[in-house]
Every structure is written in structure tokens, then in C-alpha cells.
Design a protein around this ligand. Structure first.
Ligand code: GLC
Length: 739
């Protein structure tokens, strides 16, 4: 027996020694063994660019900086990198980061607009272009994709998200990770993605940025976490903490989030960076009395790098000397940082090769234009679009018609307006010979409250056969810390629209904005409405193609459009409640002097009813589509079986066009009330006029489940419904049973 055990032990030892350690881990071990405590802490410190200041150069030389963000001059980046690589003691390269959210120089539609394309391939292509352009100046880390589920258009950062749905954010977030990181992180055109902001940031109360959130664990896991898990599964190299607290625990000090879930449950081996100063802000949150305690909470919660908080560099050493933190604890943190740098190949290729041809390549501009075409959502069309033939003169008016900077949208730090093509420029260049284009902005910017220009624009409208009114929001009215409590068109745009309507000319309203807007009355006055979000560098040519019929709108809303701000939060995947909306009596229909009754009351607003302006998934085309009855492969499935749902979609119109076919499910009865619909799949299909295609979706117990209070995910047996439909409100359900 003894001989047998010794033999087994020897075999085990042999096996372990034969199993080669991951070469990166071996390199990390070797480097870590040489590092002083100061050098380890230096890697955890991220500073914003200060050019070639002596202070920055000295800190790098002394090994006190692990990363620099917001430096974009390739010569400065290479200079600073040379100091790290050649003059610091251990020659550890820096990693340079930047918010390359939807493009570096070639700007793509804002992420909310890209989500409206329902075509993840365009998002992946856009991220790939961004990575190529950004990496050419030495940026190898972007702070994107932002995958915060957002159900509140008051929140400025909804522009940066992929909308209200967990599945949609998961699919698009994964596509962007793949686009940024390419086939291999070590490829010099790859940049590390950063899934942010972990987590629950989109639930900020009242849509006010940085605000508190109250998220029960089952909702955190059902709604806010799935896009982050998808980012881990897609290989996201880094994560970023969110500014908000969840139920009183700020994310930068949240062990449950960053260690229990991200590391232990999801086995994430990437690097977690704080948001800007968010560890230091634990003091303002009121959970730390001073920076030292904030540093302690941050490191205990597993935050590896301190972005511009100066708490790690200032206090970690004393925390170790006081025995409050073990140095071995820091080693794990530094491992995560070094692993990222090794994976990026920075030790082998630390320098960027300046390449002035890297920007605005024809294929990049073409991809940006295609993304802008696919991101526009046709909300209304009284047979006026596309503009073909019968017009001689066209008035192009509105504050967004020729606003290059504004069409980039938020998070476009490095965009160059000189390279943007505005709608007015595109229309003039492409159609100026065919039509008499009369251009009058009417308002000089979206918030303009000076009415003097409107009269000239109205006069232009009177001379024209049709009016193109480019309305919306300046870029600065959405994005971080730019939240609005009123979602009307800013400035005098509503009055402008009324004056245009009064001319009796048909008005096509094109809206360029960073969020859903409450524009019900303006939509009523318009003959057609195209909602283009902020479309980026090529928004102009894209919109010109859509307006004049060279392209057909195929976008669908990734977020519900409320009729009024007071309806918020309003989203499709809501619970049914015990009194779902029915026998609705709106405020103007209530008789005077009527006694109150508690009978027949249901869930709606007296002054808004219960429906949004437009539902999630809504969008028109120049063509029309017919959906056949859905068929199911079975009426009952076992836990280990797959159900296939099929539907034949026919293009019944006269334009070749794309249609986003959507697949929803509902769990009719469960131990927790479940949403009335949940998106579980979509397929954007191209159909020639008259063509039909059968679209299939598969589902099984693995994605029919939900999170339970005991932190387990599973599907409960029972009756479900499925839809294959054109949006989240349409179609007839079919029932099946999961046994
Ligand atoms: C900002 C944002 C974050 C961004 C970071 C660096 O405050 O919250 O999304 O990546 O700072 O710019």
C-alpha cells in the first residue's frame, strides 16, 4: 500500500512539473519577484496626461506610474514610454488609455444609435476601426464598451449605452469587445476593452448622474449584470468600477460585486480600474472617513488600479507597514496589471509607429456611413419619404442641419469637425444640381432662444416644395453629467416646428439627439420623422441617402420613447402587476363631480395613459413586411430539450429592405413575477421586394430561467409564451410548456 501511495505521489509531482506554467504567468512571477513594494504600488497608479512635464517624467522614472490616460500625441506617448522602458529600474512599460467610445478620429454613431441598428456587426466593425486609429498613436486601452442597461432617458449617459435591454447590451457589448481587441490582444492594432461601469450605474435615481441606486440582488443579476458577464465571456481585458452605490455600497468599495461575482463566480482574470477618483470618493459617499480608509476599502474590494484618485500611491505602503494589508494581497493586484501589459505585448512592442495615414481611411468612412444608415429609425412616414422626383426646391432648415461638432455626439474627444460631413453639405453636394436647395438654419444652435432667424427659415420654407427640418440636441446636452429633467426639443425648436407647420408645406423632421425625446406634438406636425441619434462623421451622407432613397431605413428603437417625462421609467420588459392597464379613463374624459371609486382601477397615468410614444423595437421602413403565424417544434419540451420557433417574413413592399425580426418570451407563472416580454434573440434579414425568408429561433431551459433570491439561476417548469414580431408590442403569442 505504502509503495502504491509513493508511486501515486511521484506521478502527481511529475505531472505538475510537466504541466508548463502559462508563459505569461511565469514572466509575471519573475518580474514580481524583483519588484520593490514602491514599484508594485506604482503600477496601481493611473495619472492623466501632463505632456512631457518634468514631474511626470520623474514619476515614471521612479516607477510611480502604471498607466496614463488622455495623452494622445504619439510623440509624447513614445517619449514617456521610452522613459518607462529605458530609464526606470525594471523597464515596465506604461499602458496608455483613452475614452475611444464610438470612434477615435472616424466617429461612428453614439452607442445608443449603433444599438438602433440591431446589427452587432456594425458595432464590431466600428470598434475595429477605432482600435486601428487609436493604436496608431500608442493608445492601447479604451474605456469602452459601456454596457450599463439604461431605462431612463433623463440620464445623459444613455447615449453611451446600448439601451434598455440586457440581451441587447450583452450582444453589442461583446461585439465591441471583439472589435476593439481583434483576434489577439498582442496585435499592435488591438486595444484592451474595458467593460464599464460595473455595475448598476444606469439605475441612478431620477436619471441624475452618479446618483444612488437601489437594486435587489435578483434584479441586479437579471438586468444589470448579464451584459458584463457577456463581456467577460467575450474576453474583455479590463473592467471599470461605477461611481454609484448599490444599496449603500459604492462599487469602488464593493467586495460582493468585484470579488464574489467578478472574480469568484465569473473567474475574471483581467484588470479592474476605478473610475476617475472613485476610490477617493468613498469619503464623499460617507463610507470612508479618510483617504487611507478609502484605499483600504478599494484594495479589499479588488480594485486594481486607482484612476486619478492618488489614494493608492499615498496610502497603500503605510497600510502594509501597519499590517492592515498583506503585501501578498497587493501582489495579486499587480499581477492583474502586469498580465494586461504582457498580453498586450507591451514588453515586446512598447512604442507606437506614427502613421498619419491611419485616420479616415476610405473603408473606415464607408463603415461609419453604413453604421449611420443602419442606426437611423424611421418613426413616421406619410408617404413622403424617400424624396424622389416630384420636388423642385427643398428647404433645409434647423440648428442641426450644418452642425459638424454636434453630430458627433458625446464622448468624441478626438473628433475633428473639419472631417465631418453635415446633412446640409451632403445634400448640397449630392443633390444641389437636381434640386434648388434653400438653406436657412433658423436657429444657430439647439438651445437657441433667439427667434429672429426663424422668420427667414419660414420664408425659405414658403418658397420650397418640401422642408427638411434638422432638429435635436447639441452633443454637449447628453453624456456624462449632462442629464435633463425636460426631454422636449431644447430652445425654440418646438416653436420653430409650429411655424414650419403653419406654412402648409410638408415637413420632414430629422432628429439628431443623444436620447429619446418627448416630441409627440412635433411628430404630429411632421409628415415624416427620422430619428438619427448622433450619427458621427458620416451622418450627412447617410441621412442624404436615406432621405432621397439610396438607402432604406432599417433601424429599430433600442429604448422606449416616453410620451412624457412623467412616465419614466417606462420600458417594455415591465411586470404585469396585479392590475394591468385596462379600461383607461384619461384626465380629459373624467366627468366633473364624479365620486371616487376603488373598483376597476388599473395601472396607468390619467394624463398619459399606459402606452409610451414608441415601444422598444419599433421602427418603420420604406417597405412593408408580413409575418406568418409562428410555428413551434413542440408544445412541450423537457429541461434538456430545445424548442425551435419559426416564422416566415415577407417583404410586401416595393423596396428591397432589411427587417429586424425579434424573438421574445414570457414566463407566465413563476415563483417571482416575470416581465411581460423579454428579448431572447433577433435577426436582421435582407429581403428583396416580394421575397420571403423563414427565420428560426431556438430556446431552451438555459435561457428561460431567472435569478432566485438564493442566488441561483434556473428555469422553473410551467407555461411560457413566445413571439416572433416586428417590435416589443406586436405579434400574437404561442404557448409551450417546459416540463
Ligand atoms: C469618466 C467616466 C468614465 C471614463 C473615465 C475616464 O468620469 O465616468 O466612463 O472612462 O472618466 O475618462
Amino acid at each position: 500500500m505504502m509503495r502504491r501511495n509513493i508511486l501515486l505521489l511521484l506521478m502527481a509531482v511529475l505531472l505538475v512539473s510537466c504541466v508548463k506554467k502559462d508563459p505569461v504567468e511565469a514572466k509575471i512571477d519573475a518580474l514580481l519577484a524583483q519588484m520593490t513594494l514602491d514599484e508594485k504600488i506604482g503600477q496601481m497608479n493611473q495619472l492623466t496626461g501632463m505632456g512631457l512635464s518634468d514631474d511626470m517624467k520623474q514619476q515614471i522614472k521612479d516607477g510611480k506610474v502604471g498607466s496614463i490616460l488622455n495623452e494622445v500625441d504619439v510623440n509624447i506617448i513614445n517619449n514617456l514610454q521610452r522613459i518607462a522602458v529605458e530609464e526606470s529600474r525594471l523597464h515596465i512599460p506604461l499602458i496608455f488609455g483613452r475614452d475611444v467610445i464610438h470612434g477615435y478620429k472616424t466617429i461612428f454613431p453614439i452607442p445608443l444609435g449603433q444599438a438602433a441598428s440591431w446589427n452587432p456587426a456594425t458595432a464590431e466593425a466600428g470598434a475595429r476601426v477605432a482600435a486601428r486609429e487609436a493604436s496608431s498613436v500608442g493608445i492601447r486601452w479604451t474605456f469602452a464598451p459601456m454596457v450599463d442597461v439604461s431605462r431612463d432617458p433623463r440620464w445623459g449617459r444613455i447615449a453611451e449605452s446600448c439601451g434598455e435591454d440586457p440581451y441587447m447590451n450583452a450582444v453589442f457589448g461583446a461585439a465591441m469587445v471583439k472589435g476593439f481587441q481583434g483576434d489577439s490582444l498582442s496585435n499592435t492594432t488591438s486595444i484592451a476593452a474595458c467593460a464599464k461601469h460595473f455595475a448598476g450605474y444606469g439605475a441612478s435615481e431620477s436619471g441624475k448622474d452618479y446618483n444612488t441606486t437601489w437594486i435587489p440582488d435578483v434584479q441586479l443579476r437579471d438586468v444589470y449584470l448579464p451584459p458584463f458577464k457577456a463581456a467577460v465571456d467575450a474576453g474583455a481585458a479590463t473592467f471599470m468600477c461605477s461611481f454609484n452605490d448599490i444599496n449603500g455600497v459604492p462599487s469602488s468599495g464593493n467586495k460582493y460585486l468585484n470579488r464574489d461575482i467578478l472574480r469568484d463566480e465569473w473567474k475574471f482574470d483581467g484588470m479592474l480600474v476605478s473610475d476617475w477618483g472613485s476610490i477617493d470618493q468613498l469619503i464623499l459617499h460617507g463610507v470612508s472617513e479618510n483617504q487611507k480608509d478609502a484605499a483600504l476599502k478599494g484594495i479589499e474590494a479588488g480594485v486594481d488600479m486607482d484612476m486619478m484618485g492618488f489614494v493608492y500611491i499615498s496610502h497603500i505602503k503605510s497600510l502594509i507597514e501597519e499590517g492592515k494589508v498583506k503585501e501578498s494581497f497587493i501582489d495579486e493586484t499587480v499581477r492583474n496589471i502586469l498580465r494586461l501589459k504582457f498580453r498586450l505585448g507591451l514588453f515586446d512592442h512598447p512604442y507606437a509607429t506614427p502613421d498619419t495615414t491611419a485616420f479616415y481611411k476610405p473603408e473606415a468612412l464607408a463603415a461609419a456611413k453604413e453604421a449611420a444608415v443602419e442606426s437611423a429609425v424611421l418613426l413616421k412616414n406619410n408617404d413622403i419619404l424617400p424624396l424622389v422626383g416630384q420636388y423642385k426646391s427643398i428647404a433645409v432648415v434647423g440648428p442641426m442641419a450644418d452642425a459638424a461638432l454636434e453630430q458627433f455626439g458625446t464622448w468624441s474627444f478626438d473628433a475633428e469637425p473639419a472631417h465631418a460631413i453635415t446633412p446640409l453639405k451632403a445634400i448640397t453636394d449630392m443633390y444641389g444640381k437636381q434640386y434648388n436647395i434653400i438653406a436657412e438654419p433658423g436657429l444657430t444652435f439647439s438651445r437657441d432662444s433667439n427667434a429672429t432667424g426663424i422668420a427667414k427659415a419660414v420664408a425659405a420654407a414658403r418658397k420650397a416644395d418640401v422642408v427638411l427640418f434638422f432638429a435635436g440636441e447639441e452633443a454637449i446636452l447628453s453624456g456624462e453629467a449632462h442629464c435633463r429633467a425636460d426631454l422636449d426639443l431644447p430652445g425654440l425648436q418646438n416653436q420653430f416646428m409650429s411655424a414650419l407647420k403653419a406654412t402648409g408645406k410638408p415637413v420632414v423632421m430629422v432628429v439628431m439627439a443623444g436620447r429619446p425625446l418627448t416630441i409627440e406634438n412635433q411628430i404630429k406636425d411632421a409628415s415624416a420623422v427620422l430619428f438619427a441619434f448622433h450619427g458621427g462623421t458620416m451622418a450627412g451622407p447617410a441621412l442624404a441617402d436615406l432621405i432621397f432613397g439610396k438607402a432604406v431605413p432599417s433601424g429599430k428603437l433600442p429604448v422606449t420613447f416616453p410620451r412624457m417625462v412623467g412616465q419614466i421609467p417606462v420600458y417594455y420588459a415591465h411586470k404585469n402587476t396585479g392590475r394591468p392597464a385596462s379600461n383607461i379613463v384619461t384626465i380629459d374624459k373624467i366627468p366633473v363631480g364624479v365620486f371616487q371609486t376603488s373598483l376597476g382601477n388599473t395601472s396607468f397615468h390619467l394624463d398619459a395613459g399606459d402606452k409610451p410614444m414608441y415601444p422598444f423595437g419599433y421602427g418603420l421602413s420604406y417597405s412593408t413586411f408580413e409575418y406568418s403565424k409562428v410555428t413551434l417544434s413542440a408544445k412541450t419540451i423537457e429541461k434538456n430539450q430545445t424548442l425551435t420557433a419559426e416564422c416566415t417574413v415577407t417583404n410586401t413592399g416595393k423596396y428591397d429592405a432589411k427587417e429586424v425580426v425579434q424573438f421574445y418570451v414570457r414566463d407566465l407563472v413563476a415563483s417571482l413575477a416575470r416581465p411581460v416580454r423579454e428579448l431572447k434573440g433577433f435577426d436582421k434579414v435582407f429581403l428583396k421586394a416580394g421575397e420571403s425568408k423563414t427565420v428560426k429561433f431556438e430556446i431552451d431551459a438555459s435561457n428561460l430561467g431567472f435569478w432566485h433570491q438564493d442566488k441561483t439561476y434556473y428555469a422553473e417548469p410551467g407555461e411560457f409564451q413566445v413571439w416572433i414580431s416586428k417590435d416589443s408590442q406586436s405579434g400574437e403569442p404561442l404557448n409551450f410548456v417546459l416540463k
